[in-house]
Each structure stands twice: as structure tokens, then as C-alpha cells.
Write a protein that binds this ligand. Structure first.
Ligand SMILES: [Zn+2]
Length: 120
């Protein structure tokens, strides 16, 4: 797909240049799909890189910005946050092991809750 407005050929966080997908915003009305077009002629355009980061062109502002819900998986801030969460999960499990008043079934359900915490 040839994007007309979006600028940015690399991830702004890690510099990855491997593009995995590009798309434009569309809408479907009565089984007819068409490309959304702003009154200024621009379109909402998107480019996603292999690292997970995506960019979006927003015609309202005539500007390309990182798309929040697609995050660079090499982002040092994200990696540090995951590491902190992992440490907290380990500490919680260790604390749980030292609580004598829990019966095993309660201990197991708390352990499962700790392990089910989703990483960012
Ligand atoms: Zn990246």
C-alpha cells in the first residue's frame, strides 16, 4: 500500500525500519466499504513496524504520531516496567509461601491470581 501523507520510515523508539503492515481507515455503510477522507483531503494512515510500534497520520492535525495501542517491544521503559512487575510477582509469591494461616486451597487460588497478572 502506498501511503500519501504519513511520514516516518522507522520506529521512533528503536529505529526499526521493517514495515509489517500499512493501512488506511475505512468505514462500511450498507455493505459498501470506503476509505475515510477528511474534508482537507487527508486520510487516516497507519504503518506498523516489526518491533510492534505503529505510526498514524492524523489529517485533523496534518501530523504523524506514534499510535498508542501499538508499542515498541524494545522500548527500554516498557522492558524496565515488565522487569519490575516480574520482581513484584516473585516477591508476592515468596511472601505468600511464608503465610502460615492460609490453607492450601486458599494459597493456590492466591498464587493463581498472582500468576494471572498481565504484563504490560
Ligand atoms: Zn521499535
Amino acid at each position: 500500500m502506498q501511503l500519501k501523507f504519513l511520514t516516518g520510515d522507522a520506529c521512533p523508539v528503536c529505529g526499526d525500519v521493517t514495515v509489517v503492515s500499512e493501512w488506511v481507515a475505512t468505514e462500511t455503510l450498507r455493505d459498501e466499504t470506503r476509505v475515510l477522507q477528511h474534508v482537507n483531503g487527508g486520510m487516516w494512515e497507519y504503518r506498523k513496524f516489526a518491533c510492534g510500534q505503529a505510526l498514524e497520520y492524523i489529517p485533523n492535525y496534518s501530523d504523524t504520531r506514534p499510535l498508542e495501542r501499538y508499542r515498541c517491544q524494545r522500548d527500554p521503559e516498557l522492558l524496565a516496567r515488565r522487569e519490575r512487575m516480574q520482581r513484584v510477582k516473585v516477591m508476592m509469591e515468596e511472601m505468600l509461601a511464608g503465610v502460615p494461616i492460609l490453607v492450601d486451597s486458599d494459597r493456590q487460588s492466591v498464587l493463581e491470581a498472582i500468576r494471572s497478572i498481565r504484563m504490560p
